[in-house]
Design a protein around this ligand. Structure first.
Ligand code: GRF
Length: 194
C-alpha cells in the first residue's frame, strides 16, 4: 500500500474518482491528504471522505520559492510515497520539484508534447486536431515537459465544444490516473523511481 498526497486547484473530479477507487480494500493506494493553492471546490470531496486538507495560497508569500517551501512542508508532513498533481494549476518552482523528484506525477489533458499548458483542450480544438488524449508524466522544472509514463488517445468529434471534449477526456483521465497509480504501487512501471 502506498500513501498519496493529491494537489488540486479546481473541481477535483480526478480526486473524487481516486477517493472512490481507494475505498476498495484491494486498491493499493491510500490518499492521506489533499492540498491546494486556494479554496478549491474539490476540497469538499476530501472532507466528505475524511481526508486531511491544506491550503497554501501564493498571495501570502513574498516569493514563489517561499510559497513552495511551505507547500512542500505541508506535503511532507504526511510522508507520502507519491504526490499527484490532479488539476493543480500553479507551476511549481525548482525547490519543490527537486525535493520530490521521481515521486511527483501530473495528469494532463493532451498527448504531450502536443498542447502543453493550461488550455490544452481548447488549443487542440483550435488547431483542428482530430485526436487528442491524456498523459500521465513525471514532473520536472518545465511546464508539462517531464518524462512520460503513459498516454491514452481520445478522438475529437466534429461538433465537440471545449466543455464536451474535456468531459470525455476526464472520463479517460479518471481510469488512466487510477491504473497508473496502481502500477506504481505494484512497481510495474519500467520508469519507476519510487
Ligand atoms: C484535468 O483535465 C487535468 O488533466 C488538468 O486539469 C483538469 C482537472 O480536472 N490538469 P478535475 O479538477 O480533476 O476535474
Amino acid at each position: 500500500m502506498i500513501s498519496v498526497v493529491v494537489l488540486i486547484s479546481g473541481s477535483g473530479s480526478n480526486l473524487l474518482s481516486l477517493l472512490q477507487k481507494s475505498e476498495n480494500p484491494l486498491y493499493p493506494a491510500k490518499i492521506v491528504a489533499v492540498g491546494s493553492d486556494k479554496n478549491a471546490p474539490g476540497l469538499e470531496h476530501a472532507e466528505l471522505y475524511e481526508v486531511d486538507t491544506f491550503v497554501v495560497s501564493p498571495e501570502r508569500f513574498a516569493t514563489k520559492e517561499l510559497w513552495a517551501a511551505t507547500l512542500l512542508a505541508n506535503v511532507q508532513h504526511h510522508q507520502p510515497d507519491l504526490v499527484v498533481l490532479a488539476g493543480f494549476m500553479k507551476v511549481l518552482p525548482a525547490n519543490f520539484v527537486a525535493a520530490l523528484k521521481g515521486k511527483l506525477i501530473n495528469i494532463h489533458p493532451s498527448l504531450l508534447p502536443e498542447f502543453k499548458g493550461a488550455h490544452a483542450v481548447r488549443d487542440a480544438l483550435r488547431a483542428g486536431a482530430t485526436k487528442t488524449g491524456v498523459t500521465v508524466h513525471y514532473v520536472d522544472e518545465g511546464v508539462d515537459t517531464g518524462e512520460i509514463i503513459v498516454q491514452s488517445e481520445v478522438a475529437i468529434e466534429p461538433n465537440d465544444t471545449e466543455a464536451v471534449l474535456h468531459e470525455r477526456i476526464k472520463k479517460v483521465e479518471h481510469e488512466l490516473l487510477a491504473s497508473t497509480i496502481e502500477q506504481i504501487a505494484y512497481k510495474q512501471l519500467p520508469a519507476l523511481k519510487l
